[in-house]
Ligand binder design. Structure first.
Ligand code: ZN
Length: 245
């Protein structure tokens, strides 16, 4: 049930066709896992908190550095040296004090990924490296939790939603992992992509619209164009192929 204050607070989104009080109540009951509180995780978490999601489980093992601040908008000057999840929890609490924040200072690995993804309704991939993305993708498929992928480089970004067992997953489209190296990013790029990821999470939870499945959305900020690549499930996929699901 929504309180009278919640009905006022979320009035503009409750007005959206198909959303309604029902959609808001679904959001209130939902838990989103946000893997990473950096460039992608910041806008995704901010918009999910503002939208009134019940619980955000945000995971990061890093501390805030000066060079993060051009894009990681959950953190600011005074947070340098703090654990990212501490400043994330503080900022999200300021945006919406009724959202439960489970802030976990952890490195996601094979041993803890199942526990970290347990009891989540949606997983937002806000990582910066492919091996951890694959781990999350694998756990999402195992637990049948939708997985919303986002990635950025410079002024280019990509996003795709995976519905386990139904639509193409990361393993269907990407093979080996490139080496982890420092790469360029303009802060607005993860701003765009992280916001798309939050939108997909809200759409999935409330059941409105069409999801970004079986297609990769490509954002080109230099030319200011969006385009799509259609993708298909690979029956031989090492994560979601017939032998593995
Ligand atoms: Zn797959």
């Amino acid at each position: 049930m929504l309180t009278p204050e919640e009905k006022i607070r979320y009035d503009r989104q409750i007005m959206i066709t198909g959303f309604g009080v029902d959609g808001q109540e679904k959001l209130k009951r939902a838990r989103a896992l946000i893997a990473g509180s950096g460039g992608l995780g910041s806008p995704a978490a901010i918009y999910l908190a503002a939208a009134g999601i019940g619980t955000i489980r945000i995971i990061d093992h890093d501390k805030v550095e000066l060079s993060n601040l051009n894009r990681q908008i959950l953190h600011g000057d005074k947070d340098i040296g703090r654990k990212k999840i501490e400043s994330a929890k503080e900022k999200l609490g300021q945006i919406n004090g009724s959202v439960q924040i489970e802030a976990l200072h952890e490195t996601i690995d094979e041993n803890n990924v199942d526990e970290l993804t347990a009891h989540c309704d949606v997983i937002i991939d806000a990582m910066d490296n492919l091996p951890t993305r694959f781990l999350l993708n694998k756990a999402a498929i195992k637990h049948r939790v939708p997985f919303i992928h986002g990635a950025v480089y410079g002024l280019e970004g990509r996003a795709m939603t995976v519905i386990p067992g139904e639509t193409a997953c990361l393993g269907c489209i990407y093979q080996g992992a490139p080496p982890k190296v420092k790469f360029p990013v303009l802060g607005t790029t993860p701003g765009v992509i992280g916001t798309i990821q939050a939108t997909e999470a809200i759409k999935f939870i409330t059941g409105i619209g069409e999801l970004l499945t079986d297609r990769i959305l490509i954002y080109d900020g230099l030319k200011m164009k969006f385009s799509e690549i259609a993708v298909k499930r690979n029956p031989e996929c090492r994560y979601c192929g017939k032998m593995n699901i």
